[in-house]
Ligand binder design. Structure first.
Ligand SMILES: [Mg+2]
Length: 438
């Protein structure tokens, strides 16, 4: 389908007042209002693409401003022109001679890049009449590789090695695609044990999740050790010894403190500790990984990992045992392709970060592709799931028996319901106007 030239790019500050009920609360983000900088690109043929990046409330206006700064780089380009040499377009956005000073490829400007590129991928998939995962699965390895910027990672992964991994992933992909369409991709839940929830809420939510077939559960930790011990004991007792328990500290500790704290929680046999310390501290993560290995506990991180260069170093330093890609933190599908292929080369499983608003909707496409065409394995692999805010999306995730069922509608599942966007636009949407009047 001819998609035309991009003639419009709008961005909205959309916020949901999740802090009112402590949804999403953790040791560092105690009152998040899950939000999105929501991008709509329009072409002169009338097609539209929708993309977003995730934020937790205040500051979304800065991301909106950064998206506006990128707008001139996008307007006037056609989809064909972009996708014919996607690597160059990626680099145009990330290496603008003046704007790269406010990055490069990190922080607010990179979140904005993610939102814009997610909208471009949505537009591409719609133009091809496929969901993004299927667009990727059907793409030739050479074309996939042409979307990746190998600058700064070629010491760990060359273009030839990436091609080799992708060519190997073509074998048996038909079968794996059928498996996914039938069974879905395994998921775990974080919905039961936000830090601000009471023990009673924990118990109720966990028993409901067990009844719904969930087999892996994540608990927020890191504020008070006694509380963590009590909460982990409660969940472990409810789920039994066989099911998976993971703990997430959201960057709360210093390195030594992380090792000591997690050692106290080791009796509950967590599969991983997530974000034990600063997301930038590669050697710190390596130290924690080494110290916790004898206890059988891995280290997971990625939701606030800036870019492919950081992931490269985490992998080179054996600092992570689980790579947690995020669909809205790094440079969209392009950069996540690089990270998925590097993880495969280093033989580290990818267990995506999701939740927030829209993160489940988007990242499911990437992990389906990972299984079908890159890792080709489900061993120690699962994708995070959080059960809220899906009703604001036109094509929300479909979970069946604790598995993500592959989306069938063309695009990136990123289009929000228009009335939801209107109501939640900050600060003039109905929801915020009425709260500010209280
Ligand atoms: Mg986390």
């Amino acid at each position: 389908m001819p998609s035309g030239k991009i003639c419009g790019l709008t961005v909205k500050d959309v916020r949901f007042p999740t802090s009112l009920e402590q949804h999403g609360s953790d040791a560092m983000h105690t009152d998040p209002d899950y939000s999105a900088a929501y991008v709509i690109i329009e072409t002169d043929s009338g097609m539209r693409g929708f993309g977003l990046t995730f934020t937790v409330g205040r500051g979304t206006e800065i991301v909106v401003c950064a998206v506006e700064a990128l707008r001139p780089l996008v307007l006037g380009k056609s989809l064909d022109e972009i996708t014919a040499d996607f690597r160059s377009f990626y680099r145009l956005l990330t290496s603008d001679g003046q704007m790269r000073w406010v990055g490069p490829e990190k922080g607010v400007i990179h979140l904005a890049t993610a939102a814009v590129l997610n909208a471009v991928w949505d537009l591409w998939a719609r133009a091809e009449g496929k969901p993004v995962w299927k667009l990727l699965v059907d793409m030739e390895p050479e074309k996939l590789v042409s979307c990746i910027d190998f600058r700064y990672i070629s010491d760990a992964l060359t273009e030839e090695e990436a091609l080799d991994i992708l060519h190997k992933g073509q074998e048996g992909k038909q079968q794996r695609e059928e498996d996914m369409l039938r069974e879905g991709y395994p998921a775990y839940t974080t919905s039961c044990a936000w830090l601000g929830y009471t023990d009673q809420q924990l118990t109720q939510l966990c028993s409901k999740a067990l009844a719904d077939g969930w087999t892996a559960f994540k608990v927020k930790v890191g504020a008070e050790l006694d509380d963590d011990i009590r909460r982990c004991r409660l969940i472990r007792q409810m789920i039994g010894p066989e099911k998976f328990l993971m703990i997430d500290a959201n960057q709360r500790w210093d390195v030594g403190e992380a090792v000591a704290w997690v050692t106290h929680l080791s009796e509950f046999q967590p599969l991983w500790v997530e974000e034990p310390t600063s997301p930038d501290d590669i050697l710190g993560h390596a130290h924690i990984s080494k110290a916790l290995a004898p206890l059988g506990i891995g280290v997971a991180s990625g939701e606030q990992c800036h870019n492919r260069v950081m992931f490269k170093q985490f992998l080179q330093a054996s600092a992570l045992q689980f790579v947690q890609i995020d669909s809205c933190r790094v440079g969209s599908v392009n950069e996540n392709l690089a990270i998925l292929i590097m993880a495969s080369k280093f033989n580290v499983p990818v267990c995506p970060h999701a939740g927030g608003v829209g993160l489940c909707e988007l990242v499911q496409h990437l992990i389906l592709f990972d299984y079908i065409c890159v890792s080709t394995s489900l061993d120690k692999r699962m994708c995070e799931y959080v059960d809220h805010l899906h009703e604001h999306f036109k094509n929300p995730t479909l979970i069946r028996n604790a598995h993500y069922m592959p989306p069938v509608v063309p695009g990136f599942s990123s289009e929000m319901v228009e009335s939801s966007v209107d109501k939640h636009t900050y600060p003039h949407g109905e929801v915020w106007r009425s709260m500010n009047q209280l």
